[in-house]
Design a protein. Structure first.
Length: 380
C-alpha cells in the first residue's frame, strides 16, 4: 500500500473558497478549519506587519469608537477659537469685510492685522445696535475667560447652553478651550516620559552590566517616590505654569517605559541582524537607534496611550486642588474645582467630569486595542 496520503484518499479534493476573486485553500495543515469571516478577514490584510496591526485594531469596536472620540477632542482643541469665541468669524462693517478670529491669530504672532479704530471694539455691542451689515458668530459666542456678572451660576439653557460658573463664564466655552490644556498636557507629558524611558531603557538593555545596574537603581528610586506629591512640590517651587506641569508629570512618569524598553531590547539585541551589524563595525548608538529600537518599540506605543490618560488625569487632579495652571486659565479640573464652592451648580461637576471620564477611558481603550493588535497570537 502506498504511503502517500493523496493515494489513500484519491477522491478527496481540497476544499476551496472564493473571496474577492481569490481562491483560498481552507484545509491547509496549519489552519484546517477557517470560517468564512476569517477568510474574508485574511483577504483584507496586507503583507506588512503594520498592515496586520492596523487590521487587528480596526476589528476592535471599542477601540475604534474611542479613537473617534479622541479625534473629536483633537478637533475641539485645534479649532477652539472658531467654535467658542467672543468675536465673529466674519463681519462686514462700514463696507469692509473682516475676519476677527483670524486677525487675532495674526495679532498674536506680531502681525498688525487690525485698523487702529477696531483694535478694542466691542463687536457684540455693535451687533446689538444693528450696526453690522453682516455677521457670522461662532457656535458658542463666548470666550473661555469672558465673564458675565448678570448670568452667574446660570443653569443650562438659553444663551449659555451648559450654564455658567460663579463669575458668569460660559461652561461650554470653558470645556472647549480646556480640551487644549488637557490634550497638550497629555501628549507633551507622555512624550517627555517616553523619551526618557526609551533612552535610558535602551541603554540599560543594550549595554547591561554596570550601566544596567545604575539605571535600574535609578528607576527603583523614582518608583519609591510619591509621584503625585513630587509633582505638587515641583509646581509649588517653580510656579503654576503649564510648562512646569507638563515637565513635572513627564519627569516622574518614565520608569514604566524604561523597564518595558529594557526588556524588549534584551530580547532583540542577541538576534542575528544585530550580530551582523556588530560584525560590520557599526557604532553602538547606530545599532541601538537604527536596528534595535525600531524592532523593540511596538509595546511602548501601548504604554504611551496609557501615559496620555494618566497625564490628563494628573493635570485635572492638580487643577482641582489648585496646584495646576494659573487661576485665569480654564481647564477641566479647575471647572470641577468651581463646583466645590457652588454645591447646587451640578452642571459644574457633571460636564467637566464627563469630559475627563471620556478622554481617560478613550485613551485606555485605545491602549488596550493596541496591545491586542500587537499580539501575533490574536491573528485570524
Amino acid at each position: 500500500m502506498s504511503n502517500n496520503p493523496i493515494d489513500q484518499f484519491p477522491d478527496k479534493e481540497p476544499e476551496i473558497s472564493v473571496v474577492n476573486s481569490q481562491i483560498i485553500e481552507t484545509n491547509d495543515p496549519v489552519n484546517p478549519e477557517l470560517s468564512k469571516d476569517q477568510i474574508e478577514s485574511r483577504s483584507k490584510v496586507g503583507e506588512s506587519y503594520w498592515s496586520f496591526v492596523k487590521h487587528q485594531f480596526s476589528k476592535n469596536k471599542l477601540a475604534m469608537i474611542s479613537l473617534n472620540i479622541v479625534m473629536v477632542f483633537i478637533y475641539l482643541a485645534v479649532f477652539a477659537d472658531f467654535l467658542a469665541y467672543n468675536k465673529p468669524l466674519f463681519v462686514k462693517y462700514e463696507g469692509n469685510s473682516y475676519f476677527p478670529v483670524i486677525n487675532d491669530y495674526l495679532q498674536g504672532v506680531g502681525i498688525n492685522a487690525w485698523p487702529e479704530n477696531l483694535k478694542f471694539v466691542n463687536w457684540k455691542s455693535l451687533d446689538d445696535k444693528n450696526l453690522l451689515e453682516y455677521v457670522i458668530w461662532p457656535a458658542v459666542p463666548y470666550a473661555a475667560n469672558e465673564t458675565d456678572l448678570s448670568s452667574t451660576l446660570a443653569k443650562p439653557g438659553g444663551d449659555h447652553y451648559l450654564g455658567t460658573d460663579a463669575t458668569g463664564r460660559d461652561l461650554l466655552a470653558g470645556l472647549i478651550h480646556g480640551s487644549r490644556i488637557s490634550l497638550s498636557v497629555g501628549f507633551i507629558a507622555a512624550g517627555i516620559a517616553l523619551l526618557i524611558g526609551i533612552f535610558l531603557g535602551s541603554l540599560a538593555g543594550f549595554y547591561g552590566g554596570t550601566v544596567d545596574i545604575l539605571i535600574m537603581r535609578l528607576v527603583e528610586i523614582f518608583m519609591t517616590l510619591p509621584t503625585f506629591f513630587l509633582i505638587i512640590t515641583i509646581v509649588a517651587i517653580y510656579g503654576s505654569s503649564i510648562w512646569f506641569v507638563m515637565a513635572a508629570i513627564g519627569i516622574t512618569s518614565w520608569t514604566g517605559d524604561a523597564k518595558l524598553v529594557r526588556g524588549e531590547v534584551l530580547k532583540v539585541k542577541n538576534l542575528e541582524y544585530v550580530t551582523a551589524a556588530n560584525s560590520m563595525g557599526f557604532s553602538n548608538l547606530r545599532i541601538i537607534f537604527r536596528h534595535v529600537l525600531p524592532n523593540a518599540i511596538s509595546p511602548v506605543l501601548v504604554s504611551g496611550a496609557f501615559a496620555i490618560a494618566g497625564a490628563i488625569l494628573a493635570e485635572a487632579a492638580l487643577s482641582f486642588l489648585g496646584f495646576g495652571v494659573k487661576a485665569t486659565t480654564v481647564t477641566w479640573g479647575s471647572l470641577i474645582n468651581e463646583a466645590r464652592q457652588a454645591s447646587n451648580a451640578w452642571w459644574l461637576a457633571i460636564f467637566p467630569g464627563l469630559m475627563i471620564f471620556l478622554s481617560v477611558v478613550s485613551y485606555n481603550l485605545i491602549g488596550e486595542g493596541l496591545r491586542d493588535a500587537l499580539d501575533p497570537r490574536l491573528r485570524d
